[in-house]
Ligand binder design. Structure first.
Ligand SMILES: Nc1ncnc2c1ncn2[C@@H]1O[C@H](COP(=O)(O)OP(=O)(O)O)[C@@H](O)[C@H]1O
Ligand SMILES: [Mg+2]
Length: 65
């Protein structure tokens, strides 16, 4: 398949890396809660990006040490 016909999206499973569209405002807010030792529960319908969001947050926190 050429680059043009490849699907740039990934549906179904949690997305990471180049398939993940950053949610900066949300991750900023959630990080502030976690830094203050406030437990956070993510609630939402399935397939709204909860798992992808948490995986990205872990990656960010790991990078930050
Ligand atoms: N930030 C995002 N960037 C790109 N695609 C996303 C994003 N969040 C969710 N998706 C899309 O939604 C689908 C389901 O995401 P997922 O993290 O598994 O949701 P949930 O855990 O809420 O069920 C992914 O396969 C992807 O197609
Ligand atoms: Mg999930």
């Amino acid at each position: 398949m050429t680059e043009l016909t490849k699907n740039p999206f990934n549906f179904g499973d949690p997305v990471q890396g180049r398939y993940y569209y950053p949610r900066n405002q949300l991750s900023h807010t959630v990080k502030q809660f976690l830094e203050n030792r406030v437990h956070v529960v993510l609630m939402g319908p399935r397939r709204f990006g909860k798992t992808s969001f948490v995986l990205d947050l872990f990656t960010q926190l790991e990078k930050a040490g």
